[in-house]
Ligand binder design. Structure first.
Ligand SMILES: Cc1cc2nc3c(=O)[nH]c(=O)nc-3n(C[C@H](O)[C@H](O)[C@H](O)COP(=O)(O)O)c2cc1C
Length: 201
């Protein structure tokens, strides 16, 4: 079976992370099954300057691997546990969607697909973006973490010496693919950096 990953984009800042995650998954040969909340669509358009939402705009040339669903259609394939996949990432994940998932609310396809991912005990990565985080967010993260989700805040490290925004985006992208178990060649490994700085004799 083809490797399938479900991706959700919500209305938190950081659309650039979403595009890079989709491109990197597609470059690795994964089918990407994408749903975008209404505010997620707005942020994609505002932050990336997209004119329309289609695979071409996000896939990095692998359009055939990206399927985009209507987020109002809670009867789409990814809403069902019988749709087999290897995990889901919500990137960026808003506090609104975080809270809804913690409360078991599934009023759009994105939330339904995430709730199904949890109930099927598949990896669910929540790449949350908000700062500061409120006490309510922290409680919601705790509840979801106890329920099996992985909370992966969009907080790139600086220890690899990033030289550009792209490096910071790639850092988070690589960590997300690691969590999904998808191989990639982005430079996110501390050990690799140590070898570069002090090569062994
Ligand atoms: C320009 C803009 C930036 C936003 N950035 C964030 C953010 O970084 N984090 C967040 O949790 N919400 C952010 N919001 C608020 C969410 O979009 C809002 O809570 C919305 O209801 C989220 O809906 P969704 O979870 O269905 O996408 C932002 C809204 C706008 C208009």
């Amino acid at each position: 079976m083809a490797r399938r990953i479900v991706v959700g984009i919500t209305g938190a800042s950081g659309a650039v992370y979403a595009r890079r995650v989709i491109q990197t998954l597609a470059a690795a040969g994964c089918e990407v099954h994408l749903t975008v909340s209404s505010l997620g669509r707005r942020l994609l358009f505002d932050e990336l300057g997209l004119k329309r939402l289609d695979p071409e705009a996000l896939s990095g040339g692998r359009d055939e691997l990206v399927t985009i669903y209507n987020d109002n259609d809670v009867g789409a394939a990814i809403a069902s546990g019988s749709f087999l996949h290897q995990g889901m990432v919500i990137v960026p994940c808003s506090s609104n969607t975080l809270g809804a998932l913690a409360a078991g609310v599934t009023d759009n396809l994105l939330k339904r697909a995430a709730a199904v991912t949890l109930k099927e005990r598949r990896p669910l990565i929540l790449a949350h973006r908000e700062t500061p985080v409120s006490y309510v967010d922290i409680c919601n993260m705790k509840r979801l973490s106890e329920g099996g989700a992985i909370i992966a805040p969009l907080a790139p490290g600086f220890y690899l010496g990033p030289g550009s925004i792209d490096d910071l985006v790639d850092f988070m992208t690589g960590r997300i693919l690691d969590l999904l178990g998808v191989e990639h060649d982005l430079d996110v490994r501390w050990a690799q950096t140590l070898q570069k700085v002090s090569p062994r004799p």
